[in-house]
Structures are given as structure tokens and as C-alpha cells.
Design a protein around this ligand. Sequence first.
Ligand code: HAM
Length: 419
Amino acid sequence: MGTKTIVRVKGTQDFLDLTLFSFIVRQFEQHVLLYHFEEIETPILEHVELFRRSLGIYTDVVSKEMFLIDAHGEQDEQLCLRPEATAPTMRVFLEQQPLLPWKVYSYGPMFRYERPQKGRYRQFHQLNMEVVGSSSISQDSQLITMLDRFFHENLTLNNYALQLNFLGSYADRENYLKVLRAFLDGVNGICKTCQERKEKNILRIFDCKSPTCQELFEDAPTMVDHLSDESKKEWEQLQQELSLLSVTFSYNPRLVRGLDYYNKTVFEFTSDSLGAQNAFCGGGRYDQLANQLGSKQTYPALGAAIGIERLLLLLEPLRDTLALPQPKPLYVLMPLSEEQNSLALLIADALHAANLVTDTLLDGDSLKSMMRRANKMGAAYALIVGDQEQQAKTVLVKNMMTGDQEQVAQIDLINYLRR
Ligand code: HAM
């Protein structure tokens, strides 16, 4: 009719084989349960205001990448699809006031209106974990160790690096920003975007891709050289504890992260095999997010999120070496004509009740093409019921590997298949 077919929305993906995807999620769940995290789930829809207050209005995510939703004219209710899960988790915490420290994880789709490219989508999935209500820097050491063990031990990854920086307390940061601004006042030739960043979101200058800017910023003052004594102690403790736990990291004074709520510890797990979008996990501490969201009380907190699509890119080449779950044997039931469909339904029902994975070919076809299909489906056995079997109350059971076949009484079928 000449009507165009509808294709998927730009920047989204369809997953037809979820083996690796589900493997990651399951391994993650098992791993974080060992550290006593609990699962939560929050809505995909949130108030835009939640992210304006937490991520910051000048961040890329809030200023350019929000998927806004028409909330049917309810003016004070501007809604959006969540771009991340930390602010929503803190919102839940403040609404429900659970026991402290609150250690939770969640998993699901996030939405950012970014320019799609390898490893960057408009709908992507994160495994997110947060610890709310703990100010101990050892908690940061343990969270980072938990992640490193997950990537290295559970997923057997080797080709990655852990980058670490320390942004200090909010007061340290204010002091440092003054020093940084003074430094920028003294350099000529920074790009237009960085000039804007200098006014609005100065730390983001370190993300600039322009070689000129990168060179100019090489001499920029670093945050860790402008920490208070207390922060300096914490920064040292963090590095010592990670070393004690044999977690390899590299200090990256340029790592500032794209969201405004961070203070103190920030980190990213990156891999050169990912190309330009090289971070597959990022996180840090955000001690004042609760206050930014309107809480009078301060709840120091920290967390991280893993980008599942990027982890998939890293794991795909290792697929054959991973302990992926093996599918159970498949039985394919073939009624030879429509007359046997009802009998096939009864047999299938009994097999399902006995926990045997059974598919039933109900659309009528020649035995030859049904056998061909069963082969493609990876069937272990074909279970054929024709007129003759119906009369004799048997099933013709054919072993797809050996080609051996045998008439089996319907009443004995389950025992026969289980032997
Ligand atoms: P984030 O660095 O914005 O942090 O995202 C975490 C991870 O999500 C990234 O390292 C990346 O792997 C993945 N990711 C981000 N954007 C995309 C995209 N467009 N396409 C594919 N993958 C993407 C956060 O979201 C913080 N909420 C993390 C956190 C939790 N901090 C404290 N707690």
C-alpha cells in the first residue's frame, strides 16, 4: 500500500537475545546482596524539578538532554523521563525515611537526549546503587572495592582502569573554584564554550575536547592541592584503603563528573576498548543532595551507576568464556493434523506441569518442515502425535541428535523424557 514501515526511535535499541544482559543483572544482584544491599524500584516518570535541583541547571543533562513530558496542562507538574537514578533514590529516601544507612540498588532504563553513537543511546540501562546516611570514607573504599570485584571477579574483565579524584568538601570546592577562576583569568585563548563554562559551571572546563584548551589547562591548579586538612586526611585514607584491598586505581585530577551533586570522592571505571564513550561505571559522594532536595537534615551519601550497554560491549568478546546459564532441553510437540491439536494441548499441559520446556507447533505443516523447524529451534526431542499415535495412546519420540525414535505410551512420556 506504500505505507512506510515504522522503525525504532533514534537512539534506542531492541534486544532479541538477552542472555548476556540478564547474566550481568543476575551476577550484579548476587554480588550486591553479599554486601547487604536491598532492591528498590522507582518510577520512570519524575518531576523535572527533582533533576534541576540535584543535577544542576547548567549541566548538559538538565539543560539539553531532558525528555520532557506533556503533563496534560497541569502547569505545576512538569514531568520528564528520568535521566538517572540517584536523585529519584534520594527522593524516595526523604519521603519514606527508612533505617540508616540505607543501602539500595535498582535497575532500569534511563533517558537522555544525546547524540547517539557507539555506546551512547537515548534510552539506556543502568544498574544503580546508593548508600544513604553514612559519612565514613571507608564506605567509599568499600563501594569502589565492591565494583572492582564485580568487574574483575564476577565478569572476568581485565581491560579497564579505575580513575579517582577527590573534590573535597563543599567549602573546599568554593575555595578551589576561586583559585581556578583566578587561573583562568590569567590565560588567553580558551574556547567559547569554556568561557561560558567559566561563568556557569567552571569545573566542566576539564571535559573540554579542544587540544588548545587541554594544553592550557595542563597547568591549572588541582583540587587535591586545595583541600582542608580534614579532607586531605580522607583523601589519603581512601587511597590507602584501596591499596590495602589491592584495588588498582589512577588519580585523575581532571575527573569532575558531569553532574553537580558530587563532593569528595568521584570515580569512573573506563576502558580503552569502548572508544570515545569510555566510562562504563561512574559515581561518587553527594553529601548535600538531601538538602538540595529540601531536607533540613543532612544525609551524607554515595553511590554509583553501571551502564549496561557499555558493559555489554566489553563482555561480548568474552561471551564464550563466561558461565552463561545453559538452556534446558527443549521438547517440540508436533500434532500431524488439526485433529491432534487438542491431544497435543493436553500432552503439553502435562509436560509444562512437570517443568519440561515444551513448544507446540499448532499451525499445521508437513512433518518434514516441522522437523526442520525443530532443528532450527535447537530441540532435544521431537514429540510426534498423528492419527496412529492418537489411536494407540502413544507418542513417537525422536531424539534429534541421534535420529533414534521410539513409540512411548502417553502415560509413560514424562518418566521416559526424564530418565
Ligand atoms: P553517569 O556517569 O551520568 O552517572 O552515568 C553512569 C553510567 O551510565 C556511565 O558511566 C555510562 O556507562 C552510562 N551512561 C550514561 N549515559 C549514557 C548513554 N547516553 N548511553 C549509554 N550509557 C550511558 C550517573 O548517572 C549517576 N547517577 C551515578 C551515581 C550514582 N552517582 C552516585 N550514585
